[in-house]
Design a protein around this ligand. Structure first.
Ligand code: RTP
Ligand code: MG
Length: 135
């Protein structure tokens, strides 16, 4: 397996719940290295641009509202097969469908307030890392 990098966002609901440390512990226990990290307050432009692929979807407006509702922690995780491994650690988008022991099963409230983001492919990871941290 190849060494990869992926983008993680700890979303406003999880930051508000005081579980940044617990989520970072899960990343570290899973063998990821946290190679970049920052806490930021997204605005409409930054959040909207990040989720541009969903612009025409009915949930886009509420997604941007949620992502700008408080600070987020944006990190780059590095590890073997990091993209897929991180998605597995997060669990399904809808926490009601997320496997036991995944981040979303444990920390997410609903499909709209689902605690974490992770890049869905190597291509997305490269784009999203550049979006927040530059080339
Ligand atoms: P994310 O990008 O946040 O990591 O989530 P994801 O890949 O698992 O899901 P994605 O399809 O990229 O959707 C982005 C976010 O939009 C909200 N969503 N709502 N109501 C709905 O049917 C619906 N579908 C997606 C979720 O909050 C999801 O995280
Ligand atoms: Mg996605």
């Amino acid at each position: 397996m190849a060494l990869e990098r992926t983008l993680s966002i700890i979303k406003p609901d999880a930051v508000a719940k005081n579980v940044i440390g617990e989520i970072y512990t899960r990343f570290e226990r899973a063998g990821f290295k946290i190679v970049e990290a920052k806490m930021i307050q997204l605005d409409d432009e930054l959040a909207g641009g990040f989720y541009a692929e969903h612009k025409e979807r009915p949930f886009y407006k509420s997604l941007v509202e949620f992502m700008t509702s408080g600070p987020v922690v944006v990190s780059v995780l590095e590890g073997e097969g990091a993209v897929l491994k991180h998605r597995e650690l997060m669990g399904a988008t809808n926490p009601a469908e997320a496997a036991t022991g995944t981040l979303r099963a444990d920390y997410a409230v609903s499909i709209d307030n689902n605690a974490v983001h992770g890049s869905d492919s190597l291509e997305s990871a490269a784009r999203e890392i550049a979006y927040f941290f530059g080339e």
